[in-house]
Design a protein around this ligand. Structure first.
Ligand SMILES: [Mn+2]
Length: 322
C-alpha cells in the first residue's frame, strides 16, 4: 500500500477524467468502491463517470450516488479504475473498454485475480475491495465525504455478510468504525441492505426453501429456482442473488449450492462453504471463481444439466471429507 498509493495517485493527478468500472451483476462491494472513488474525487475537480454492465441490480438504489451509474459514457482515453473484478471479462459489456485502455488500475481482493492492470492493488486479506479503497483515500490524505464513507461502509457490511463471514477481521471492523465516524449512515445502509427487499424476493425464497435437498446428513444443502418459479413469484434472477445466504445457516453444514436458471442454456450457480471444501476450487472446475468460502459459476447449460454436473463434483468433495 505504501508503495502503490503514490503510484496510483500519480494516475489521478495526471488525468482530468477517470472511469470507474464495476464488475457485471454488480454487488455492494464493486458499486460502493466505484461510487466512493467518484464521490471523493469529484469535489477535487475530477470527473469520474461510473459504468456498470447492465442490468445494474436496483437493489443498490440506497447507495449514495447510485443515480449516477451509467449516466455518463466513458471516454476512450481515460485511465480505468476497476473494482472487485478478478479479470477484465468480469466487466461484462465494458470488458473491451478495460482491455483497450492504456492505464488500468486494478483494485481487488480475489485470490483468482489475474493481475491484469497496469497497476495492481490486490490484497486477498482484505474483507472487501472497498477496504482497500478506504486505505488508499487515507494514504492520499484527502477528505472523505459522508456519502463516500457510506459507500465504503456498505462494501464491508455486504462482503462480510453483515459482519458474519470468516473475513470479519479486526481491520475490517476498525475501518467500519472509522467510516461511521466520518459520517457513514450505518442505520440507513443496514436498512437498505437487509430491510428493503421487495415482497417478491420473499415469495421467491419460499419457493427455493420448499424445494431444498439435503444430503450427507444435512451437510450438503442445495436448491434451485427456475424462470417459471421466478415469474410466479414476480421476481427477477438478480433477486435470487442473496438467497444463497438463507441456505448457509444450518448447524454442522459444510456446503450450500443454489442453482438459478438465467436462460434456456444458462445457469448461475452460487456456492458457500464452511471449513473443508474450497468453494473457489469447485467453481474453477466450471470456469467460475471467487473466494474459498464463497464462489460463483455461470454454466452454459440448462438448469437440470448444470445441477447434475456441479453436484457430481460437489459430492466427490463431500465424500472425501472425514
Ligand atoms: Mn468483494
Amino acid at each position: 500500500m505504501a508503495e502503490l498509493a503514490p503510484r496510483i495517485w500519480q494516475v489521478i493527478d495526471n488525468a482530468p477524467v477517470l472511469t470507474a468500472v464495476t464488475h457485471k451483476d454488480a454487488d455492494g462491494d464493486t458499486l460502493g468502491s466505484a461510487l466512493a472513488l467518484a464521490l471523493a474525487l469529484e469535489p477535487m475537480g475530477k470527473s469520474v463517470p461510473v459504468v456498470s454492465s447492465p442490468p445494474v441490480p436496483q437493489a443498490w438504489w440506497f447507495l449514495p450516488g447510485f443515480e449516477r451509474v451509467n449516466q455518463h459514457s466513458a471516454p476512450a482515453d481515460a485511465p480505468i479504475f476497476i473494482f472487485d473484478a478478478s479479470d477484465p471479462s468480469r466487466a461484462g459489456t465494458y470488458a473491451s473498454l478495460v482491455t483497450q485502455a492504456k492505464v488500468v488500475v486494478n483494485i481487488d481482493h480475489h485470490v483468482s485475480n489475474t493481475q491484469f492492470g497496469s497497476i495492481n492493488l490486490v490484497r486477498t486479506d482484505a474483507a472487501s475491495t472497498g477496504e482497500l479503497v478506504y486505505d488508499l483515500l487515507k494514504a492520499w490524505q484527502i477528505h472523505i465525504p459522508p456519502g463516500a464513507a457510506s459507500c465504503l461502509y456498505v462494501t464491508i457490511l455486504s462482503d462480510t455478510g453483515g459482519f458474519r463471514h470468516d473475513n470479519t477481521s479486526a481491520h475490517a471492523l476498525r475501518a467500519a468504525a472509522e467510516l461511521v465516524e466520518l459520517g457513514a449512515d450505518a442505520a440507513m445502509m443496514a436498512r437498505g441492505l437487509f430491510k428493503s427487499r421487495p415482497a417478491s424476493t420473499l415469495r421467491m425464497q419460499g419457493r427455493i426453501l420448499q424445494g431444498l435437498h439435503f444430503e450427507f446428513g444435512d451437510r450438503l444443502v442445495w436448491g434451485s429456482i427456475s424462470q417459471a418459479a421466478l415469474r410466479d413469484s414476480g421476481a427477477t434472477t438478480d433477486q435470487a442473488d442473496s438467497s444463497i445466504d438463507q441456505l448457509n445457516t444450518i448447524r454442522g453444514q459444510e456446503l450450500a449450492i443454489l442453482f438459478k436458471e438465467a436462460g434456456p442454456r444458462l445457469t448461475k450457480v452460487s456456492i458457500r462453504s464452511r471449513d473443508q471444501v474450497d468453494a473457489a476450487e469447485l467453481a474453477a472446475k466450471f470456469g467460475g471463481g471467487g473466494h474459498r468460502r464463497a464462489a460463483g459459476i455461470e454454466v452454459a447449460l440448462p438448469l437440470k444439466e448444470a445441477e447434475a454436473k456441479v453436484l457430481t463434483e460437489a459430492r466427490l468433495r463431500m465424500n472425501d471429507l472425514a
